[in-house]
Design a protein around this ligand. Sequence first.
Ligand code: ZN
Length: 91
Amino acid sequence: MNEYAQHNEVYRELVRFDQRTHKDKIVDALTQVEGRWLCGTTFLRAYLPTYSQRIGELKNDGFNIESRACDNPTHEHRSSVAMYRLVADDD
Ligand SMILES: [Zn+2]
């Protein structure tokens, strides 16, 4: 394997690991708030810029995650930011 191919392989592995970890963090956060809504800006502040893609993947993985536009009047984000909640199986 040449150096370029090897670097590409290392890169793919780093990204894969990073995304898995981000998905774990997002599930942990949504579990921690026990079914309450969590604004996407919380994930941004926790250095998870691709949270919406990761949440899409988690839904594909079978997690029942609801989303709607954040309507918290104390939040200062201007553009429409979604908030999320994890729906328990027995809901
Ligand atoms: Zn918000």
